[in-house]
Design a protein around this ligand. Structure first.
Ligand code: IMP
Ligand code: MG
Length: 187
């Protein structure tokens, strides 16, 4: 086994059957995350205490970094979107798991790793509306504007990318690569 010092940045990595090359440095990501937190700090300086809903698994690293820069009072819950097969008429049904307390009347900030087509965020938005949440905002680390087909407004995004597939900083390729500090792009 090869042990790499934590400061060693690899140019190329292999995960499963694919090669990836270095795309965005950790330094650039952290700066973009810090700027996003400053916008949140401005917008949430007043009003009721919001609940941050961090969508697992991909958002764990983004959330940890974002939270360090947030200076307003907030609650944090880690949630997951689960799919199960409903009846033949309803097809696939999505459910939000991990919300223990009622969100009725609360202000919610959804924290996502990446918004691609927008399907996940659209479903989650609808589920939260059904729960009687008073205000929903979306904060994502990455947005793929050319792929986005949703109607939900993406209030905060730290970075925009093209339609490429990326891994690292919480994002995976078939469950691998989440612990990488930098972002890698598929070759
Ligand atoms: P959407 O529902 O199409 O917006 O896709 C959102 C989900 O797909 C994200 O939460 C990720 O789990 C996954 N995803 C989309 N694009 C990428 C990518 O480039 N790398 C890793 N995961 C991605
Ligand atoms: Mg995700």
């Amino acid at each position: 086994m090869l042990f790499l010092p934590y400061f060693c940045v690899m140019d190329r990595i292999r995960l499963h059957d694919r090669n990836f090359k270095l795309f965005i440095s950790n330094e650039k990501i952290e700066e973009a995350v810090r700027k996003t937190a400053l916008r949140l700090n401005h917008d949430y300086a007043d009003g009721d205490i919001p609940v941050i809903l961090s969508v697992l698994n991909g958002s764990f690293m983004f959330t940890a970094s974002l939270m360090r820069h947030i200076d307003f009072l907030c609650e944090l819950s880690f949630v997951k979107m689960a799919s199960y097969c409903g009846t033949s008429s309803t097809g696939q049904v999505r459910q939000l798991i991990g919300v223990s307390d009622s969100l009725k009347g609360r202000r919610v900030i959804i924290v996502e790793d990446i918004v691609d087509t927008g399907r996940t965020i659209t479903d989650m938005y609808a589920l939260l509306q059904d729960m009687g949440v008073s205000d929903i905002r979306v904060c994502t680390l990455f947005l793929k504007p050319d792929a986005y087909k949703g109607c939900v407004r993406i209030d905060y995004h730290a970075m925009e990318i093209g339609n490429e597939f990326i891994v690292g900083y919480g994002l995976d390729y078939d469950q691998l690569g989440r612990q990488l500090q930098d972002i890698y792009i598929v070759e």
